[in-house]
Design a protein around this ligand. Structure first.
Ligand code: C2E
Ligand code: SIN
Ligand code: SIN
Ligand code: SIN
Ligand code: FE
Ligand code: FE
Length: 370
């Protein structure tokens, strides 16, 4: 069948670009169901999301009335959730693993189905995808499974990112921004520094191919990188000129201080923020602070935020220095590639410098000091 592969690819690409714009999990699930339906026409596609705390799976039936739920211990969904292996069943009522309860409640008659576990990039199982009642009254084949496996990789990844967005609820974001602003108020000249660093961090994470989940995580957590500056006296923090050696030593404690303030939380965003606060002044060659760790011993979030933080400090005016010309900033990053900074990250930065420049312009400080 010439052209079929093209059509499939096209439908996947158009669905993925739709998905990329979508921000809420239920809309995402609907779009994935549509995508799966294009690949393997079936009467119904169901994406079951595992709710660990309640030990249930929930799903939204297309055009249905709200969510349906199923115990995580029962049925094929329960089986696939536990085993982590896909199952093709062409006569579900002949298989004892099938739970007719959902049919009974929805008034639907399930004939055959493919059930596939949904995993994130770490291999954790997040839910189960089911394609139900293949159209044309025919059996599901191994080929159908292969096609659907392709889509379910995306579904797993997107659900993971969406769950993180849900987990980082408004309250948590508010706390993070409140803390970040408190730190910023201590040095008023910093203006939009925190906002810009957060945007550069997300962009770098995207450019070097981190997962959507990690892009979102570093974006949310990086505003707290300088939280420890809350504890630095004004006389040092706001000093117009160069710091003395003694002042420098005190200033440098902000990395460890920020870490100490954040490390007790078990929440994902605060754990990431603690790491970033701790490691954003470490250097690739091991000459940074506070622990002089080097290379990939520095967490990827620490390496990313180092580039983002220094770019912002150079491209904008500080109480102790004027803004640098763009060319001078670029020259420094070329010079420090593999010294201060992870070379892979510098390359991503250099190749996309206009995008960083653009962020810097978009979130320019209202009252630049020079
Ligand atoms: P910051 O202003 O956010 O700067 C972050 C980092 O950008 C600095 O980390 C440094 O790596 C880089 N950076 C900033 N300005 C320059 C520069 O003129 N030349 C070069 N080569 N790199 C620069 P660092 O050095 O660990 O400083 C941490 C924080 O200490 C700074 O955060 C700032 O708040 C403070 N600080 C550093 N130097 C001075 C200073 O001379 N005077 C005052 N008042 N504060 C300073
Ligand atoms: C099952 O997985 O056993 C039942 C789920 C369904 O009918 O959709
Ligand atoms: C400065 O000298 O203005 C601070 C930057 C640095 O010490 O690297
Ligand atoms: C990555 O995950 O792409 C980078 C990992 C690393 O540099 O440690
Ligand atoms: Fe810092
Ligand atoms: Fe900073």
């Amino acid at each position: 069948m010439p052209g079929t592969a093209d059509k499939i690819l096209q439908s996947i690409l158009s669905s993925i670009s739709q998905v990329a714009d979508s921000r809420d999990i239920e809309t995402l699930l609907m779009q994935f169901s549509r995508m799966a339906h294009e690949l393997v026409p079936a009467d119904r596609c169901t994406v079951w999301v595992f709710d660990k705390e309640r030990n249930i799976l929930w799903s939204r039936v297309a055009d249905g009335i709200g969510r349906i739920e199923s115990s995580a211990e029962e049925g094929l969904v329960g089986y696939v959730l536990k085993s982590g292996e896909p199952v093709i069943l062409n006569d579900v009522y002949a298989d004892s693993r099938f739970n007719p309860e959902v049919d009974r409640r929805t008034g639907y008659l399930t004939r055959n189905m493919i059930s596939i576990p949904l995993k994130n990039s770490d291999g954790d199982i997040l839910g189960v995808f089911q394609s139900v009642n293949k159209l044309g009254n025919i059996d599901f084949l191994e080929e159908d499974l292969k096609l659907l496996l392709f889509v379910t990789v995306y579904i797993g990844r997107e659900i993971d990112a969406a769950l993180l967005r849900d987990e980082l609820d408004a309250t948590q974001r508010e706390i993070i921004y409140t803390l970040a602003e408190a730190a910023e108020m201590r040095s008023q000249e910093m203006g939009n520094h925190v906002k810009r660093v957060s945007e550069y961090c997300r962009l770098i994470a995207e450019l070097i191919g981190l997962s959507e989940k990690d892009q979102e995580l570093i974006k949310v957590a990086s505003p707290l990188h300088d939280l420890g500056k809350i504890a630095i006296p004004d006389a040092i923090l706001l000093k117009p000129g160069r710091l003395t050696d003694e002042e420098r030593i005190l200033m440098n404690t902000h990395a460890e201080l920020g870490y100490s303030m954040l490390k007790h939380s078990n929440r994902r965003a605060f754990k990431a923020a603690a790491t970033i606060a701790y490691e954003h002044h470490e250097k690739w060659d091991g000459t940074g602070y506070p622990n002089k760790i080097a290379g990939k011993d520095i967490h990827i979030f620490g390496r990313i935020s180092a580039v983002a933080d220094v770019y912002d400090a150079l491209a904008n005016a500080r109480c102790y220095k004027p803004a640098w010309e763009h060319e001078r900033v670029i020259a420094l990053f070329q010079e420090e590639r593999g010294r201060h900074f992870d070379p892979q990250i510098v390359d991503a930065f250099l190749e996309n410098q206009e995008r960083f420049f653009e962020i810097n312009r978009t979130f320019a400080d209202a009252h630049p000091i020079d």
